[in-house]
Design a protein around this ligand. Structure first.
Ligand code: KG4
Ligand code: ZN
Length: 333
């Protein structure tokens, strides 16, 4: 069976990512431009600015991965792009780049689901998990527990009924005056907080299902901040951050433990931006040691949005079914 080189294009939100994945040699190169600094002064992603920046970055990043990998663009066998979900204008840029390139090079294209990219990203690590496994997908837009039996064989076990985990991190951080995206910042701040200072609710901890709810936790943080005298001191901010992080980590860990127990599987995979969170990793590692299962994480750089996961997911799809890629360049996003 011949090898295949897949170009991946990610542009669903505020990161432009391109990558080349070879089904025999693995990841050949990847390049990323994050727009975080650009959106920071607005306190969140501004869709119009995001689209414009993807346009500016996409082709220079393509040149970068071709140069880094020393691959000629004619050697690309197929192009995978993020089809959705995401910001419409931002997605259109990636789809247009992929389809335009496909047409120019006479190569087939394939739309990839953004969450499938995240879900499979831990398989890019040096010691990838085998199927089947339970996956916790925790990003800025989604929080899901899935059973994964193979590429394309996914069963949703539970999900958030309101905010996503990353959204809860970002919104609570904003309430503490931290800049966008607040996840990493509130997590760092929590390290200096007193765990006994604030006890926040642990929503749905004892619900019998595998669903989550985080909007009540965010409201609890809001209430504390509102009732606090003006000018919360740094130590008190750290205490609130600690209370928040401990609560969300406790819920995420407990639901993973339940999913492992109910499924009887021994491998848990974490994917998505919040998977970069060190308190979550420490808590899951402790639970795994106690309950005797294995936890797998993507490389830190592949937790948040990137092109490598899209190239990889596209390559895995095409390996199983080469006919999935098309030369019909009228795309859907
Ligand atoms: O997967 P991702 O890059 O984008 C989506 O598909 O949504 O996830 C971004 C989210 C943001 O909410 C960000 O605050 C959160 O992941 N995040 C973190 C950390 N790093 C990124 N949250 C907590 N701790 C972190 N270290
Ligand atoms: Zn994402």
């Amino acid at each position: 069976e011949a090898n295949m080189i897949v170009l991946g294009v990610e542009s669903s939100c505020d990161e432009t990512g391109l990558a080349l994945y070879d089904t025999e040699r693995g990841l050949l190169a990847h390049a990323l431009h994050s727009q975080i600094a650009m959106h920071q002064e607005y306190g969140g992603v501004v869709p119009e600015l995001a689209s414009r920046d993807h346009i500016r970055r996409a082709l220079p990043l393509l040149t970068e991965v071709l140069t880094k990998s020393d691959v000629d663009k004619q050697a690309i066998d197929a192009i995978a792009y993020t089809q959705g979900p995401g910001l419409a204008g931002a997605l259109l840029v990636g789809a247009s780049v992929a389809c335009g390139l496909g047409m120019a090079l006479d190569k087939p294209v394939l739309g990839v689901h953004h969450l499938e990219g995240h879900l499979l990203s831990p398989l890019l690590a040096s010691k990838p998990p085998e199927f089947p496994f339970i996956a916790l997908l925790v990003s800025g837009g989604h929080t899901q527990l899935m059973r994964v039996d193979g590429v394309g064989r996914y069963q949703l076990l539970g999900e958030t009924l309101d905010d996503a985990a990353g959204e809860a991190f970002d919104k609570s951080a904003k309430l503490l005056g931290l800049s966008y995206p607040g996840g990493p910042a509130i997590s760092r701040m929590a390290e200096f907080g007193d765990p006994a200072a604030y006890q926040f609710p642990r929503p749905m901890l004892h619900s019998k299902d595998l669903n989550f709810s985080f909007s009540g936790l965010k409201t609890a943080v809001l209430t504390v901040v509102k009732n606090h005298p003006a000018n919360i001191c740094e130590q008190d901010k750290a205490n609130i951050a600690r209370g928040f992080v401990d609560a969300i980590v406790a819920v995420l860990t407990a639901k993973c433990v339940t999913a492992m127990k109910e499924s009887g599987l021994k491998r848990l995979v974490i994917a998505g931006g919040v998977g970069a969170n060190l308190q979550l990793r420490a808590s899951l590692n402790a639970a795994a040691a106690k309950k005797r299962f294995q936890v797998y994480y993507p490389e830190l750089e592949f937790c948040t949005d990137n092109g490598a996961m899209i190239a990889f997911a596209g390559a895995m799809r095409l390996k199983n079914n080469p006919g999935l890629a098309t030369r019909d360049y009228g795309f859907n996003v």
